[in-house]
Design a protein around this ligand. Structure first.
Ligand SMILES: *Cc1c(COP(=O)(O)O)cnc(C)c1O
Length: 386
């Protein structure tokens, strides 16, 4: 049976059209964009054109776009870069308790260097209260970092409202928009954001590609020193093929945003409706309305998310718990705990994230397998003493 991929928040397959756009830069046009002969100038032109494309989609200037190697790098550069520009006096950073670890662990690290961090709570839907952002601002606040859409539960944050507060108080505002690209408006001026992170592989572009937008005038120091690439803000010979691929993928994702959202949200609504109807004690996690169109995430009492994933994998269905389960340490998700879910319930999480290639037949298969699998796991796990 054809395997079914339902983990598009983890990564997406490369769009074949993007692969074809990238191909010349993996093969014939291998010149270093910093060199001066024609082969190099062709590579340079491709990087410049990619930068123009990304800038246009973000409503930014080309000079405000930095190409990086991942969403994690973009988050690190935004937060450490702004912090390092305030190294002499340290300062205060506001973020939320449901950020990706690329943000939270960076904030933890800066705390060790003497910065202070406020991690704002969220409500039971995973939503940050913009007024709480305003109340957390201090005289020494140097940065606000709140994600656009959550990678585990799909909740969309009130970015424009937070942006208005940040702008009024003149504090740089960073947004991790890695999950939002391809679904939500990315215009940095409408959103009122000063720094914004993207990752190519989350919208059918290549892995190992990222973008950081930095508004002109925002002090953000480089993390990687060396050559003068990226206007001296990120040294290292450009990954030309990945940059070209990211820009092409973002262009396709932006142009096809409405039809893509309509496709996945229809499937998502089927999954949510049927799972809640067919699985006793199933709970939808994340905001019921303000959520990504491709995200259906749940908690099921009395099972572990990991055993559910393994059982689904046996049936050829690829999904996620949405939590960070690294090398056997089954930490419950910080996102679900921050939303107030009890740890035993949070341990039974499942994240379904739909994508371009998914069909009604895929949802049929999931719905044929999931309720019986959960019932079987529950009957096994209740006899196991914990
Ligand atoms: C995937 C993801 C990242 C990290 O991106 P990488 O390219 O995998 O480093 C950061 N933030 C969010 C919200 C993500 O979903």
């Amino acid at each position: 049976m054809k395997p079914i991929y339902l983990d598009h928040a983890a990564t997406t397959p490369l769009d074949p059209r993007v692969r074809e756009v990238m191909r010349p830069y993996l093969e014939d046009i291998y010149g270093n964009p910093s060199s001066i002969y024609r082969l190099a100038r062709e590579a340079r032109r491709a990087v410049d054109a990619a930068r123009d494309t990304v800038a246009e989609i973000l409503g930014a200037r080309a000079s405000e776009i930095i190409f990086t190697a991942s969403g994690s790098e973009s988050d690190n550069m935004a937060i450490k870069g702004v912090a390092f520009a305030h190294l002499s006096r340290r300062g205060h950073i506001i973020t939320s308790s449901v950020e990706h670890h690329a943000v939270l662990h960076t904030a933890d690290f800066l705390e060790q260097l003497g910065f202070t961090v406020t991690r704002l709570p969220v409500d039971s839907n995973g939503m940050v209260d913009p007024d709480a952002v305003g109340r957390a601002i201090r005289d020494d606040t140097i940065l606000i970092s709140v994600m656009y859409a959550n990678n585990e539960v799909g909740t969309i944050q009130p970015i424009e409202e937070i942006g208005r507060i940040a702008r009024r108080r003149r504090i740089p505002f960073h947004v991790d928009a890695v999950q939002a690209a391809g679904f939500l408006d990315l215009d940095v001026n409408r959103l009122g954001v000063d720094l914004l992170s993207l990752a190519g592989h989350k919208f059918y572009g290549p892995k190992g590609s990222g973008v950081l937008y930095i508004r002109r005038g925002v002090a953000c120091w480089p993390l990687i020193h060396g050559g003068g690439q990226e206007r001296g803000r990120r040294a290292g010979t450009e990954n030309v093929a990945a940059i070209v691929g990211l820009a092409a993928a973002l262009r396709f994702a932006q142009d096809e945003r409405a039809e893509h959202a309509a496709h996945v949200s229809r499937l998502r609504d089927r999954v949510i409706r049927e799972v809640l109807a067919q699985v006793p004690g199933a709970r939808l996690t994340g905001h019921p309305r303000h959520r990504l169109p491709n995200n259906a995430s749940f908690c099921f009492e009395g099972i572990s998310g990991e055993s559910l994933l393994l059982a689904l994998d046996q049936e050829g269905i690829m999904a996620s718990t949405g939590s960070a389960c690294t090398s056997g340490s089954l930490e419950p998700s910080h996102v679900l705990l921050a939303m107030g879910l009890p740890a035993p319930l949070a341990a039974g999480s499942l994240r379904i994230t739909l994508g371009r290639s998914n069909t009604d037949e895929d949802v049929d298969r999931l719905l044929a397998v999931l309720p019986v699998t959960i019932a079987r796991l529950r009957s096994l796990e209740t006899v196991t003493p914990s």
